[in-house]
Design a protein around this ligand. Sequence first.
Ligand code: PHE
Length: 463
Amino acid sequence: MAARGAFSNRLGFILAAAGSAVGLGNIWKFPFEVGLGGGAAFVGMYLLFCFLLCFPVMVTEVAIGRKTQKNAIGAFNSLGFKKWNFIGKLGIFCGILILSFYNVIAGWAFGYFFEMAVGNFSISQNFGVYTSNVLKVGAYAVVFMLFTAFFVSKGVSGGIERLAKILMPSLIFMIFCLVGYALTLPNAFEGIKFYLVPDLSEITMSTVGGALRQAFFSLSLGMGALITYGSYLSKSDNIVSSAAFITLADVGIAFIAGLMIFPLVAFNNGGDMSLVQSSQAGPALIFVTLPGVFETLGAGLGAFVGAFFFLLLSFAALTSTVSLLEVPVSYVVDEWKLDRKVAVGAVALLIFIIGLPSMLANGASGFFSGSFTMPGGSTDFLSLAALSADTLLLFGGFFIVTFAAYVWKKENLHEELAEGFDGYHASFVKTFIDFAISYVCPVLLAILFVLVFLNNFFGINLL
Ligand code: PHE
């Protein structure tokens, strides 16, 4: 199996998988979802979903990958359940869809790094002009896709793992510096209050759905990314503790990103948090709010801190785009026996093209920027793609656990989890995983999927 590549050790796997998990989802999406979802009540639900529903799905994905040492589709074939490989097909489709728009946003963030570095703070008032400048954001997106393709073409240990080993520690260091700074600003406390003191009246179906989708998206679950990464993991490594670590790292960094963003928002608005639910919120939140904050620091320091922040965001995005690209690439390399470099080039190009409508969806084209009718009003192509992909992740997650518990059978799953984990069979965590994948996850995910789907796409509220 050496030809497929492998992580050099458990730490390499953990960092790469945590790198996949920690991305725009934590630093860009989580804060604005919390904002739209009304603050702390959303945070509470998100945490609950991550540990109760998502952790068992993660363990299952990694186990399927490691057991078979195959890509997201090949894994189901190799277990002898070819009919179930639709889960993998759906996953690869979903990965392609996510990367197609994710790369556009990563490109915006990367572009902001340069804008901040030259002190162009007024860009926040012209965010719409920036995103509709196709040549500019298109060029950043090309560069970002090239970086992604470069690291994936270098292979699992030489590219993906090495990248994560450098970027993840840098990211953690950078984020702590920025939190420390944000907490010292005037009105920081108003931001923290919004973030951490729950208002239960804010819980609605769309908040519940949003928190669940966010949990899946943020943990890179439901589309085979962790089947793929798991397939490069050694038999002697402990899957359960690795997955626990990855979940904690992801949740921890999202949580800390909130501690950084909300004080900055509060500072920028004199303690008024209503902005996070206004027209400047949503995907634009950090792009519109933060430059103004950096500007108040004065030209030199502001440019430095601003560039530092958007570099951090680009780093986080890169370890995620790499994992998104690896999912289809791994399939093409395993099943079509294509050379990795050729596979990377072809798949990356295809995904870039699929991403063009998303690139045009924030001003450049009137059609892609707002002609999609949804229950809440018309929306743009990028938001629609993101919502569809997120919802598909729930669907995938449901099928993955259901498959493992009832088709592959949980004894086989437990057998795989016991490899590299002495004492697994007698442990409490086994009982928890067993119960979760047999009942809690399938039942709750099925119900929530239906509720979320009806709510998002048809405006029907059953709760
Ligand atoms: N988890 C990534 C993020 O939070 C996004 C992602 C989703 C990556 C699905 C891989 C698979 O940014």
